[in-house]
Design a protein around this ligand. Structure first.
Ligand code: NAD
Length: 259
């Protein structure tokens, strides 16, 4: 593993995770993909990345809501040569007023959006320490910095993820291992579809009008962020130029959190 960069991107069969895997691979970084899709589908994606960018890539399906599945995945990755870049990206959303928020949805969001990053980090750190170099990048959200109604579990998990990032940064600062959180605003992925549909129904507007309406209800930038733009920031954090950047939470949000 020494001298080569190998990244695990969790939740990388779609959206920001897949775009990040593509950007990292385009810079010659070997990739471990993860998600819930069947092995064959993930293998196809991995073959596509390996072919297009001449890197090693493989797919490790694992349900990150289950700590024992994470342990198995990390053991398998360790046996396959380990990683020195960890991108904790997998995440889900569910919106509801807190009075009706289903407890099982709270538990699921906590498990996937927060606890999974604790487990992967704990198990990836020995690989990074062994390598003498590491990068941990947690895909949080603007909702790690500010709140919105109906997102109690999501906001709590993302605020928690930023706290976890800071602790890891403090503990590993002397070890050539950085930990940072990226805080995207509205980003063009399937995660937002339910919210756009609900807005479109509520306001009697088309899906595209709903997109613009919802975006501008929060951020002055009148467009969705492209998933690859998040990937480019992840890559920058993996370069030597970013070696002193640690413990930060970086918005990429069209000035949403500038209010
Ligand atoms: P997406 O729905 O396109 O992708 C989510 C990925 O996570 C998929 O690959 C899915 O398979 C995986 N995943 C979901 N549950 C999983 C589980 N239990 N185990 C393993 N993998 C699982 O969503 P996205 O928008 O690309 O979201 C990626 C991350 O970015 C999330 O953490 C999300 O909270 C965050 N984010 C998204 C936005 C946005 O506007 N899209 C904004 C801020 C933050």
């Amino acid at each position: 593993m020494k001298n080569s960069k190998r990244a695990l991107v969790t939740g990388s069969t779609s959206g920001i995770g897949l775009a990040t895997a593509r950007v990292l691979a385009s810079h010659g970084i070997d990739i471990v993909l993860n998600g819930l899709e069947p092995q064959q589908e993930g293998d196809e994606l991995a073959r596509e990345l390996a072919g297009q960018y001449a890197v090693n890539a493989y797919y490790c399906p694992a349900d990150l809501s289950r700590p024992e599945k994470i342990r198995q995945m990390m053991t398998d990755i360790g046996q396959a040569g380990g990683i020195n870049i960890l991108v904790n990206n997998a995440g889900i959303q569910f919106t509801s007023p807190i009075l009706d928020f289903p407890a099982e949805k709270w538990d699921q969001i906590m498990a996937i959006n927060l606890s999974a990053a604790f487990h992967t980090t704990q198990q990836a750190l020995p690989m990074m320490l062994d390598d003498g170099w590491g990068r941990i990048i947690n895909i949080a959200s603007v909702h790690g910095l500010v709140a919105s109604v109906h997102k109690s579990a999501y906001c709590a998990a993302k605020h928690g993820l930023i706290g976890l990032t800071k602790v890891v940064a403090l503990e590993q600062a002397a070890n050539n291992i950085t930990a940072n959180a990226i805080c995207p605003g509205w980003t063009d992925t399937p995660l937002l579809n339910d919210q756009f549909k609900a807005y479109s129904k509520q306001h009697g507007v088309t899906f595209d009008e709903a997109k613009l309406g919802l975006i501008q209800s929060k951020a002055p930038y009148p467009r969705l962020v492209a998933p690859s733009e998040i990937g480019e920031l992840v890559y920058f954090l993996c370069t030597d130029a970013a070696r002193a950047i640690t413990g930060t939470s970086m918005p990429i949000d069209g000035a949403w959190t500038a209010h």
